[in-house]
Design a protein around this ligand. Structure first.
Ligand code: BDR
Ligand code: CA
Length: 317
């Protein structure tokens, strides 16, 4: 008997790798996407929201509601990543017109409604952008803490970093929000750079997906082409790390993403370390530790899932 799909809200800032996370979540039967919520991050909130709608159009899944969220971090000034994601946030492809209207209401409210409207333990929250919306949601309705199944976050590193010497982009953009999300006593899985730097879109991966030969697989190849160039120029990677879908792969099959339980704190006031995720790996985690970090990725099986999802969405085209 197959078990019921895991129901998720995907809070994201598409973003090339967020787009792949959407494809993986929408194209795998183990996941049911209740809503896509957007947050300013890789680009402005208007751009990433439109990008989310365009990716849904490419996937022919405009039935999935999209709610727009925070345009800026709680405390920090706005920062985006055009050097990685381009001026549109999804450079390298032509973006289709959104086919469905944006839903009314703020993303944080949509997150609260999704969790409170479901049975306890039924909804998982996935964050692949700055954590502003998730932090606002838990301040708006603290009861979501005991009601969610899990919170899975792409962000941070121990000790990998990419935006400063100590911080990863999503945490750096809104460290106060990240501190709120990591501090609440819900189960949190941090899928950080140590893991996602193992998810490299090699030429072989591009060729495998490209061989599907559909508009969606062409879209993936176009996205990866830009991402490859951007990562090469700005961070000297030969193959780009495709961070965000690792969160979804972990939910589909936790044997693909190894984890280790450990306390996590977010640095808010260091001179050189603001936005750093401080992971305490000294010995076994203390009793009651509610956070864990992803350590090792089975990259072959991960890319197999991405390929299968794009094929499934393409067959439905
Ligand atoms: C994270 O930052 C963004 O640029 C990516 O979409 C990913 O979520 C990686 O540091
Ligand atoms: Ca992202």
């Amino acid at each position: 008997m197959t078990s019921a799909p895991r129901r998720i809200v995907l809070d994201c800032d598409p973003g090339h790798d967020d787009a792949v996370a959407m494809m993986l979540a929408l194209g795998n039967p183990a996941i049911e996407v209740l809503a896509i919520t957007t947050v300013g991050g890789n680009q402005t909130i208007d751009k990433v929201t439109r990008n989310a709608q365009s990716v849904l159009a490419m996937c022919r899944r405009e039935d999935v509601p999209v709610y727009q969220g925070a345009s800026r971090p709680l405390v920090h000034r706005v920062e985006s990543a055009p050097e990685i994601h381009g001026e549109s946030g999804l450079d390298g492809v032509e973006l289709p017109e959104p086919g469905a209207a944006l839903r009314d209401g703020h993303a944080a409210v949509a997150i609260v409604d999704a969790v409170m409207g479901a049975k306890p333990g039924e909804v998982t929250l996935v964050g692949t952008g700055p954590l502003t919306n998730l932090a606002l949601a838990v301040r708006l309705e603290p009861r979501i803490v005991e009601r969610v199944a899990e919170v899975v976050v792409m962000g941070g590193g121990f000790p990998e970093a990419n935006w400063t010497a100590a911080a990863e982009f999503n945490i750096w953009v809104d460290p106060e929000a990240a501190a709120i999300v990591f501090d609440e006593p819900w189960p949190v899985t941090m899928v950080g750079l140590d893991l996602t730097h193992q998810a490299l879109a090699t030429a072989e991966v591009e060729a495998r997906v490209g061989a599907i030969g559909s508009p969606l697989s062409d879209f993936f190849v176009g996205l990866m082409g830009f991402f490859r160039k951007a990562y090469k120029e700005s961070q000297a990677f030969d193959d780009p790390p495709v961070h965000d879908p690792c969160t979804i792969a972990y939910l589909i099959d936790p044997t693909i993403v190894q984890t280790r339980r450990a306390p996590i704190a977010v640095e808010l006031r260091g001179e050189h370390t603001v936005g750093m995720t401080v992971v305490d790996l000294r010995g076994p985690a203390p009793e009651g530790t509610h956070t864990q970090v992803a350590t090792t990725l089975d990259a072959d099986r991960f890319w197999g899932l991405v390929e299968d999802a794009i094929r499934a969405l393409s067959d439905a085209e």
